[in-house]
Design a protein around this ligand. Sequence first.
Ligand SMILES: Cc1ncc(COP(=O)(O)O)c(C=O)c1O
Length: 394
Amino acid sequence: MSLVDDFVREFYVERKGTNSLKHDALKRRFGDENLLGMWVADMDFKTPNEITNALNERVNHGVYGYSFVGDEYFDAFFSWQKDNYGVELKREWIRFNTGVVSAIYLAINAFTKPNDSVMIITPVYYPFKNSIIDNDRNLICSEALLKNGEYELDFDDIEQKIRQNNVKLFIHSSPHNPLGKVWSDDELSRLFEILTRHNVLIISDEIHQDFMMSSKPFISALNVQNGKFSDNLIVMTSASKTFNLACLLHSVTIFKNEKLAKIYDEMAKRFHQTETSILGVIAATFGYKYGKKWLESLKVTINFNYEILTESFKNENIEIFIAPLEGTYLAWLDLNPYTKDTKDFMQRRCGLAIDYGEWFGKNAKGFIRINLATKPEIIKTATTRIIKEIKANF
Ligand SMILES: Cc1ncc(COP(=O)(O)O)c(C=O)c1O
């Protein structure tokens, strides 16, 4: 038995009938409950046993009263960041949230005013755009450029738009969802130089940091040029993508700059956004302490799924752009050469529920995002259906 087989046998789980957004909200979101759910970024795998056991222990204790975050959590989180990414943290820099998206909404309110300009690199995780629009801020997008099969930042466009729109805040996805791009030290340095030169505050959303799928290393914004940009930086992360804990509602926001932390604290206090979920804290602690081996097997499984996807098209001589999977567990494909109506193609003909490119950015129409964090059989089914429909038309 291979490692992938072992991992799937132990951790894959049927999620239908559990109020899962991915599998049970298909009618609501896509108008058809019979689609195969391959969208939203969570996984069809159980968390590491150590997390489940720790949660069980707390559940058996039976009390969930007011709590604080103890030493064990900080030790586990700080060791994870230091051992894996060389990031050194201190307690006074840490704030907690119920999720990275909530933290972004709060930060927008803390650090900008209505009508201020906030910039993102598109296509990008769509709540970034929503957080800007919902708060009546001015949305400024710079398109990532696709050059020789790789995505790049358009530094000239970024700088020009900052100048033209007096941009105050920049929200970065690192690694990038949905492009699967791991930003290099050079790319981050150049970007942060521009942003800092123009006094644009940086939010670095690093929630997918633990999914380095190639040999490229993850560089936290905190470590770019030995921490040169820390004063102009807010870093957000969570164990929720890593260990499949999204609905336990726990994430971290990091401020090295005391003044920024103070401004943020005042805003968080106004909305009393200072509590933590005890189950989220326990799950993160035990994931960071004991989840490394599970994560390594998970990543092998995701890479195996990515290979099924890419090899299947190759074997059928179908030329299709699939972004290199450097980071995240999300595949990004361009269906433009094969259909003008992606929704009809994916839903009516293939029976698949995926994330549509236009959700992530205007110019990404015809692209799709497929969630690879499931068992290989499902990736094979989806790929076979797509290939069959492409062939039926060409
Ligand atoms: C880049 C990015 N940020 C944030 C989130 C969601 O974070 P949370 O559930 O903690 O709000 C996701 C989920 O897919 C994501 O891809």
